[in-house]
Ligand binder design. Structure first.
Ligand SMILES: [Zn+2]
Length: 351
């Protein structure tokens, strides 16, 4: 990863993949390929040609529902199967393995990721309940062993490999990362398991700050926290990429992202009102048409997520990310507290 600009802990970078260069911070929209509702992910890369990233879940593909795995292989890979030319991040889907009947191991996962043409792959992780210490060390150890194994048996050099890590305290996480980085086998690091504990923002911020301190050069990805409100604060902490399924989930619930502001249920929006957005979807469709279509709402929502990335990137380039966050969170007391805490934590480190 090449870093071009630094603003506090935040940075602008470039990551070369087999399907193009990624300008970071960036977001990977989650594609539900292989899931029961996988057909409802819109082909957003055709509507918004600038969005050329996608996050896939190996677990869903491995489960081979409707023979999706066989069809991807027959087509010659995930890009040809979908007609997608961007960067495909294939996550292990470890969190779905928790209650699953589909057995997998690191070797089978890596074979699948390499076989379907992933541009970025993450290692097999064993998510743990961050708040319970029972068996947590055992699960962390298993995730580290998997990452270590993957780093040594990977074959496709053009596929970037991210080690998936979990941890419930800062010191432990730092030690895990330092151990893995010594092997020199990884192109980046992905941290998971933060979604269930996201309301404890001090805990999440402390973990991310530890991670950034342990690893300065390689990219850091955070699983599952890529909503429009969280992207600015995570970028501020030095996170380079996120994945987001909120645009689809909210689309299904008929929840509309108001650009630069909040979420609103479309049924609460006054009938005669115009939509407060000028994206290609909102320009071409009436409020009623959008209200009826989960795909149209999802597409609009994704555009809002991507616009947030654009704003953050511009603010970093101008070295005024703090000013942007102050404005962005000025109407949201909780996010103001989150920002204040993050600022205090970073001040201790950056001075
Ligand atoms: Zn729109």
């Amino acid at each position: 990863m090449q870093i071009s600009t630094q603003d506090g802990a935040a940075r602008l970078g470039r990551i070369s993949t087999a399907h193009g260069v990624l300008d970071t911070p960036t977001v990977f929209p989650v594609h539900n390929l292989g899931d029961t509702g996988g057909w409802n992910t819109p082909r957003y890369w055709e509507i918004f040609p600038r969005i050329q990233t996608a996050m896939f879940n190996a677990y869903h593909i491995m489960s081979n529902r409707r023979l999706v795995r066989d069809k991807i292989r027959a087509a010659g890979g995930i890009h040809r199967f979908l007609g997608f030319k961007g960067a495909a991040f294939v996550d292990s889907g470890g969190f779905l393995n928790l209650n699953s009947k589909v057995e997998t191991d690191q070797v089978s996962l890596l074979n699948l990721q390499e076989g379907i043409g992933a541009d970025i792959a993450s290692t097999l992780d064993f998510p743990c309940n961050m708040r319970l210490n029972q068996r947590i060390y055992d699960k962390i150890r298993k995730s580290v062993i998997n990452a270590y194994e993957a780093g040594h048996i990977r074959k496709r050099k053009e596929m970037l490999l991210y080690a998936s890590v979990h941890g419930n305290d800062s010191l432990l996480l730092r030690n895990v990362l330092r151990f893995l980085s010594k092997s020199g086998a990884f192109d980046g690091y992905a941290i998971g398991g933060l979604l269930p504990v996201r309301s404890d923002f001090r805990f999440v911020i402390d973990l991310i700050v530890s991670l950034r301190r342990a690893i300065s050069e390689e990219p850091i990805h955070i699983f599952g926290l890529g909503g429009p409100l969280t992207i600015p604060i995570l970028a501020y902490l030095g996170v380079d990429s996120f994945d987001s399924s909120s645009f689809i989930v909210c689309g299904s619930r008929r929840v509309y992202f108001v650009p630069g502001d909040r979420e609103i249920r479309l049924k609460d929006m006054p009938k005669n009102d115009r939509l407060p957005c000028n994206c290609v979807v909102c320009r071409a469709n009436s409020l009623e048409e959008i209200r009826r279509s989960r795909s149209l709402i999802a597409l609009h929502n994704l555009w809002v997520v991507w616009s947030e990335i654009d704003q953050v990137r511009l603010a970093i380039a101008e070295e005024r990310l703090e000013a942007y966050l102050r404005w962005r969170y000025s109407r949201n007391p909780l996010m103001r507290d989150v920002f204040d805490y993050a600022k205090r934590r970073l001040k201790n480190i950056l001075r």
